[in-house]
Write a protein that binds this ligand. Structure first.
Ligand code: C5J
Length: 225
């Protein structure tokens, strides 16, 4: 796709107008430890089915972006194996028995290079798709994401992934402050907690779209068709 034509997606609080070639699909933290049965998320007592329902709509959106050679980026939350980029406050937060860097069911928890830290096979990045390793919840903090987006002329983002109220919301807020328009398809983002899913989406679209827009994958796919 080479022209700068604009498409319109029905969304809340009002339609999202976007130019596909300037709009990246940004997939947040679709990592094995968060989504897979037997991973760290489930070990903590979370119901991973609440997150796994996002896999199929994300797969369809990813296929559509790839089919049109549009920009796709992925993020992973995690830390260096020596934990030198892990703030002590983050390590001890929650006073759990197991914390970041400890041995978990799929390797050391949230450590780069470990099996659980990697992206689920269903949505695995292509070699051509940048993977942003982020130490925080937001994808812009201590990463080169902003530079990569600027270099590619990207001004709009479709933000998907997990979890809605934590890394998705933080990233949307960071992106909004940097001047990006963000659209969040509600079926492509997930939370272990249904009430946070609802409120996380409401917070984005409230007050005239204070952080962005909310829609769904079918509406985006229909606009692209
Ligand atoms: C993400 C988290 N990815 N909930 N992390 O949301 O700690």
């Amino acid at each position: 796709m080479t022209s700068d034509h604009s498409l319109s997606v029905p969304a809340e609080p009002y339609p999202f107008e976007f130019a596909p070639e300037h709009c990246a699909l940004l997939m947040i933290d679709l990592q094995r430890d968060f989504l897979e049965p037997g991973g760290f998320g489930e070990m903590l007592g979370n119901d991973v089915s609440q997150l796994r329902r996002v896999i199929e709509p994300n797969r369809q959106l990813l296929a559509a972006w790839r089919a049109r050679a549009l920009p796709v980026m992925h993020t992973r939350e995690g830390h260096r194996p020596d934990l030198s980029d892990l703030p002590p406050a983050k390590r001890i937060r929650g006073h759990g028995k197991t914390s970041i860097g400890d041995a978990g069911p799929m390797g050391r928890i949230l450590v780069r290079g470990e099996a659980g830290h990697d992206i689920i096979p269903e949505l695995y990045p292509l070699r051509s798709e940048p993977v942003i390793d982020k130490p925080g919840k937001g994808a812009f903090f201590a990463t080169d994401l902003h530079a990569i987006l600027q270099n590619k002329g990207i001004t709009q983002l479709i933000v998907t992934g997990v979890t809605t109220e934590v890394c998705v919301n933080t990233t949307v807020r960071e992106a909004n402050d940097r001047g990006y328009d963000c659209l969040v398809p509600e079926d492509c983002v997930g939370s272990y907690f249904p009430e946070f899913q609802t409120m996380g989406l409401k917070m984005i679209k409230a007050q005239g779209g204070i952080f962005g827009w909310v829609s769904d994958s079918n509406s985006i796919l229909a606009a692209l068709a």
